[in-house]
Design a protein around this ligand. Structure first.
Ligand code: DQA
Length: 140
């Protein structure tokens, strides 16, 4: 399967930002480990701090890949435009978060994109991405 991981704003700073919440590892360190674990699948990666670039990526790839793992960062809580893009494309999208957004500040408990996604995985650190890929590649 072709799987695309999209990371939104500030996730390029994983390993450096708020380590007590998001951990010590950068996504660039983690990605090869993930790819090595799912050798039967092609896992590619895109990161942007810009809402428009994330929507462009969803539109460009969302009709050809088999599944998308999306951590929209803070846009999760604000972006109707990303939710609309998820609804517009054919690939299933799994929403992921490193932290348990439901156990944090009130404003993080709302996800504007959750209802457009196949499901949500939150609170397992970088392992949230692995769990999302497990869900996407599960044989039903
Ligand atoms: C996050 C949670 C968001 O609330 C926050 O804005 C992030 C990271 C997470 O992975 O836990 O940037 O999406």
């Amino acid at each position: 399967m072709e799987i695309l991981i999209i990371n939104g704003p500030n996730l390029n700073l994983l390993g450096r930002r708020e380590k007590e919440i998001y951990g010590e590892k950068s996504f660039e360190e983690y990605l090869p480990l993930l790819q090595a674990r799912f050798t039967r699948h092609n896992i590619c990666y895109f990161q942007s701090n810009s809402e428009g670039a994330i929507i462009d990526c969803l539109q460009a790839e969302g009709f050809s890949v088999d599944g998308i793992v999306l951590n929209a960062g803070a846009y999760t809580h604000t972006s109707i435009a990303i939710a609309d893009a998820i609804r517009a494309i054919s690939a299933p999208v799994i929403e992921v978060h490193l932290s348990n957004i439901h156990a944090r500040e009130e404003y993080r408990r709302v996800s504007m994109i959750a209802s457009a996604c196949r499901g949500q995985i939150a609170g397992f650190g970088l392992d949230s991405y692995r769990l999302a890929i497990e869900a996407l590649t599960l044989k039903r």
